[in-house]
Design a protein. Structure first.
Length: 449
């Protein structure tokens, strides 16, 4: 049997991401589709307009109908939301009129959110001091390939069956960490499982891990990334739980609830306690679906991320989702120009490539699957500007609010000092990858033989 090594994971990143928490208000109930109706502006970017209406109030009426808002005309709430919407539209139009912008902005469900609600979307929780902690994982020796490989210019895992269904909208629950982790586990299961007879050469077996189980059952005693469940956690904690749970259910067995009250964790899904056996014994659950462990990649280094993404599969990454993410529609997002970042969101990294921005200019990018629904961005994805390797690693800056956005409230490793995430939107700071048994008949063996 392959020798098991105990490996300390890197610092956990706080990702409580209380996304869409304000949707709990009845005013926010309804459709999550994106707005329609657009024509090209003189600079070539598609500009959001509603040809059947004159003035912003008519556009707001259309927006309310499309997104299920229930503001009563004439009330203080209506006028407050109308003012916010008007300001958002002005920003969007101004952005799209700028020929130097590499991406298109547009009206979506966030166009009438207050600054406080938008901050909750990123999961920032002002409060007491936070401490950073470590997690432990088991990794089979030889599972991590460290040879330097020649990488292709374009990589995308978007074609996997794991990503063909509707993109998850985390809704009123701060579950970005669970969505990203489940996405990665589903993709790796498809890539690494033995190919069943009858499957095409372009697909493999796939296990549809339950997002809700991760939300409801992942322990978070030190409040890393938030208070646990819909109050936030980290991808490291989700992977640790998956390795040690009594049972991992499918999405059909335990469907996503989009409910901050968190459906209860069923007893047979709970994490094994220390009294139930050693860490080595607990690997039996993980290996039942092919998982040997997980690891956090070298912090702020681009090459390990690109190699793991190409050679092994999609990754869970932490980013600074600033206010510009709210209005992203398409193109290569280059709006993380301020090097002072706050890591506040977890997403699924599914590729990278060389492409063009909305003006047809060459632009390198990271391809990211978000958790804000199918109608956000480009069918739920965003292209984030990627610099040349040395520039990307050197694009670092202090996290100016470390006690708000990173670490744990409790634990033995105290740290309230400034941290320095690197890469656009801090994308190189915290990257998590599972380790799976690689079967000779698996899809990954055919693709990367």
């Amino acid at each position: 049997m392959t020798k098991l090594l105990i490996v300390l994971a890197a610092e956990l990143v706080s990702l409580d991401c209380l996304a869409n928490a304000v949707i709990l208000s009845e005013n926010f109930r309804g459709s999550r589709s994106s707005s329609g109706g657009s024509v090209s502006s003189s600079q070539g970017i598609r500009r959001e307009v509603h040809p059947h209406f004159d003035g912003v109030e008519h556009r707001f009426a259309s927006f309310m109908q499309e997104h299920g808002r229930a503001y009563k005309v004439g009330t203080d709430e209506y006028h407050r939301r109308l003012a916010i919407f008007s300001n958002s539209v002005a920003k969007i139009d101004s952005h799209n009129d700028d020929p130097h912008k590499a991406w298109q902005a547009g009206v979506n469900e966030f166009a009438d959110w207050t600054d406080e609600e938008s901050e909750q979307l990123r999961g920032l929780k002002k409060g007491g001091p936070r401490k950073e902690g470590n997690s432990v994982s088991f990794i089979a020796s030889g599972a991590v390939v460290t040879h330097r490989h020649k990488l292709p210019r374009n990589v995308s895992w978007r074609h996997l069956e794991a990503f063909q269904g509707p993109v998850t909208n985390q809704g009123a629950c701060g579950s970005c960490w669970a969505v990203a982790s489940a996405n990665v586990l589903r993709a790796w299961s498809e890539l690494y499982s033995p190919t069943d007879r009858g499957l095409s050469e372009s697909s493999g077996a796939r296990r549809n891990f339950s997002i809700q189980q991760l939300v409801s059952c992942t322990p978070n005693p030190n409040e890393c990334g938030g208070g646990g469940g819909c109050e936030g956690a980290t991808a490291e904690l989700a992977m640790e739980y998956a390795m040690n749970a009594h049972y991992m259910s499918s999405e059909a067995e335990f469907p996503y609830a989009d409910d901050p009250r968190d459906p209860q964790c069923h007893h047979h899904m709970r994490m094994k306690s220390s009294s139930e056996g050693s860490r080595e014994t607990s690997l039996v659950q993980g290996t039942s679906f092919g998982m040997l462990g997980y690891r956090t990649l070298d912090q702020n280094k681009i090459r390990p991320v690109m190699e793991a993404l190409y050679l092994e599969g999609p990754l869970a990454v932490s980013v600074w989702a600033n206010e510009h993410w709210n209005m992203y529609i398409r193109g290569v997002m280059n709006a993380c120009d301020n090097k002072d970042v706050i890591i506040n969101h977890a997403v699924t990294l599914i590729g990278y490539g060389d492409g063009e921005d909305v003006h047809g200019r060459p632009a390198m990018y990271w391809l990211i699957l978000n958790s804000w629904g199918q109608h956000w961005g480009m069918n739920g994805t965003i292209q984030l500007l990627r610099l040349e390797d040395k520039e990307e690693e050197a694009y670092c800056g202090p996290d100016s609010r470390p006690l708000d956005g990173i670490g744990c409230k409790r634990g033995s490793h105290k740290s309230d000092s400034v941290v320095y995430p690197c890469g656009r939107c801090g994308i190189l700071y915290d990257t998590v990858a599972p380790n799976f048994i690689k079967h000779h008949s698996s899809l990954i063996s055919r693709l990367r033989s």
